[in-house]
Design a protein around this ligand. Structure first.
Ligand code: ASP
Ligand code: MG
Length: 404
């Protein structure tokens, strides 16, 4: 008999019919001879609506009450799911995060899991019950209700799988798995059978739509192997795990596209120690998240510094960067949207050379201009015009042999 943790996201439990579908799947998993713990999210849209409601009664809702409010979303789903299973003739019991023994720190709305004491879960499993656990929530040592940050049900599932030493952790969602590229961009994209934790984390635009990054990091740390698959069909999904030797044979695992980026260049920055630190601490102080940073080689005592950020941040940049630029004695700045980031990701890059050269050649031949480049051990990213990024993704995807 295996012990399985399943997680069903908001869209998988978005309607009564869908909850019944999930109930049948859970029962099926139990009937094939397993003990099943299912973690569920709030029904789709519910968390967003609760946040909206809070905003209608207070300009800045207190965070403690925010958690009390948001936790009701998942509490609704656990009760309905357990009822559905019981109504189908099975035996299920629902547990809130606190009842399931999930203890967190006291940081409301973005709490971290401190430890899990799954005693109650085991008691119910031993009594042949299915256990339905509310995702996204826990209880602080002081007995307060806490939540784990948006998308936190993934974390609940991974952490529970680690705590109860589950044999299998399945993340059910509304996509079939992780693809080599967004199939809406590249029609020839394929489902990836196996991917390493690091690749999953680097494929931001692919991975993060599927799963919360923090839970992938947690899975990596505690070596929880999990499968991402669809709750609407029976196809195998994508297995996310520690890298294996065989995985390195594939040079590029996937191509990732991040749209709506912006590029900011500060020109003639004095080339002195401490200047970069001042620029970026000021930028952090206005809460702008910076992605790539490029500094030119200095000529005649000054240099240009460029960085990318989300296009949404442009108004803030335009409003606040002027005084910062003046203060550090730079000449001026320019900020521009309409660009996108195109990345290739793969742990195979570590042992294969020429990946960057090949990517640049593919784009060059298509006459797509590269505006910025950044690399890590397993990822190469370039900034191109947003209008050309889909074409670039298709070319690179085909060029690295990823097409079906
Ligand atoms: N209901 C929470 C959210 O919408 C948690 C989750 O769905 O994972 O962020
Ligand atoms: Mg979710």
């Amino acid at each position: 008999m295996s012990l399985i943790v399943q997680k069903y996201g908001g869209s998988s439990v978005g309607t009564p019919d869908r909850i019944l579908n999930v109930a049948r799947r859970i029962l099926q998993a139990q009937r094939t001879g397993n003990q099943v713990v299912a973690v569920v999210s709030a029904m789709s849209g519910v968390t967003d609506n609760l946040i909206k409601l809070a905003g209608q009664v207070a300009p800045q809702p207190t965070e403690r009450e925010m958690d009390v409010l948001l936790a009701t979303g998942e509490q609704t789903t656990i009760a309905l799911t357990a009822m559905a299973i019981n109504g189908l003739g099975g035996r299920a019991v629902s547990l809130t995060g606190a009842q399931a023994g999930i203890v967190t720190d006291g940081v409301h709305t973005k709490a971290k899991i401190a430890n899990i004491t799954p005693r109650r879960i085991h008691t119910f499993l031993d009594a042949r019950s299915i256990v339905i656990v509310a995702g996204f929530q826990g209880e602080s040592l002081e007995g307060q209700i806490t939540t784990l940050g948006r998308g936190g049900s993934d974390l609940t599932a991974i952490a529970l799988a680690a705590a109860i030493k589950a044999d299998l952790c399945q993340i059910f969602t509304d996509v079939d798995g992780v693809y080599t590229c967004d199939p809406r961009i590249v029609r020839n994209a394929r489902k990836i059978p196996e991917i390493s934790y690091d690749e999953m984390l680097e494929m931001a635009s692919l991975g993060s739509k599927v799963m919360q990054a923090r839970s992938v990091e947690f899975a990596k740390k505690f070596r929880v192997i999990f499968e991402v698959r669809s709750s609407f069909n029976d196809q195998p999904g994508t297995l996310v795990k520690e890298e294996t030797a065989g995985m390195e044979k594939v040079v590029i695992r996937g191509v990732s596209v991040d749209r709506k980026q912006a590029k900011v260049t500060i020109s003639h920055v004095p080339d002195k120690p401490g200047i970069a630190s001042r620029i970026f601490s000021e930028i952090a102080a206005i809460n702008v998240n910076v992605d790539m940073i490029v500094q030119n080689v200095s000529a005649s005592g000054t240099t240009d510094i460029s960085f990318t950020t989300l296009a949404d941040e442009l108004p803030k940049i335009e409003k606040h960067l002027g005084p910062i630029v003046e203060e550090i004695g730079a000449k001026g700045f320019s900020a521009q949207g309409g660009i996108a980031k195109l990345s290739v990701v793969g742990i195979g890059m570590r042992s294969h050379s020429g990946v960057a050269a090949k990517m640049f050649e593919l784009l060059g031949k298509a006459d797509i201009n590269i505006q910025m480049i950044s690399t890590s051990e397993i990822k190469i990213s370039v900034i191109v015009d947003e209008a050309r990024v889909d074409e670039g993704a298709n070319i690179v995807h085909a060029g690295f042999g990823l097409n079906v």
